[in-house]
Design a protein around this ligand. Sequence first.
Ligand code: KG4
Ligand code: ZN
Length: 341
Amino acid sequence: MIEKVLAIETSCDDTSVAIVNRSGWVHSVVAASQDLEHEMYGGIVPEIAARNHSIALIPLIEEAFKKAGMTWSDVDGIAVTNRPGLIGALIVGLVTAKSLSQAKKIPFLGVNHLEGHLLAPFLKDAQYAPPEDFDYPYVGLAISGGHTSLYHITELGEYRVLGATKDDAAGECFDKFAKMAGLGFPGGQRIDQMAKTGNPKAYEFPRSMIHDETFDMSFSGLKSSGQRMLEQLGPELVQEHLPDLCASFQEAIVDVLIAKLERAAKVFRSKRVILTGGVSANSRLRARAEEWAAQKGLRLVIPPLRYCTDNAAMIGYVGALRMARGEFSELDLGPSPQALA
Ligand code: KG4
Ligand code: ZN
């Protein structure tokens, strides 16, 4: 019987390992960030990500066991992200999981990273537990540097994609604007910080597809408009008006996300909504979403930041549930850049 699993997540630039049980209890979760290695390039360099995963992974596995006070004899399986993500980065986690599965004679399962994000609200630890009445079905918005998609989640494995960005992900849009404004990478958090003292109505930015009768989104027009605005103002004025520029740019993204969430909650008559992915760390989005949910009488769950951003705990939870119902991967499992492969 599968009760506890070791989980490995290496789909992008964070190396993360966790030990999780099938109720979502996180015995330990550890991670190595590579932000500093990528910052000088202004974005994630896939080859550097893969190389750093190969350096960090085994020591992190040892650390995860140590932190949980466990050994290999305590885990019944290995869960590993095998899609979607950067291929080189995924390969490091996948090959490690296969090798350990063979060496330790325990099964393994390839997990969809997005499924991990969608089930992250169920995770719990000594500091966090979801509300007691939280359960399926719910509407979920997964927003990060690589994805911006809206789902209707009815049970384990039943996720209907309602809509997604047609071009850039919301996080990517934050990061590109931050880079152009000289705020460095990754810039979402820095825009959030800067925007706190700015006026969200100071500058006019487009809210593409906000009234469109679908759940799809588009952020490339906003990105171009941001670029034009920064060019028109020139470096000195940009510097002087950064808080207003960041607050206005951020507001445009938040308006679109809330509008689409509202549409989904309405169409699916959902009383529960979740936000997940790195962008759900955004303080303005959180505040606006909470205000909106309270007004509509909806139950909003935003997992703590450690489970919103890329982490192995969410992969372990999905892996434990699926392995418990008899799903396992074979040794010929490959990585995939696509969510639906
Ligand atoms: O989920 P995540 O850690 O990794 C991906 O799968 O992409 O998300 C990272 C993204 C980056 O684009 C980052 O700029 C954004 O989340 N982000 C934020 C904030 N914190 C992280 N965006 C807006 N406001 C924040 N506070
Ligand atoms: Zn992610």
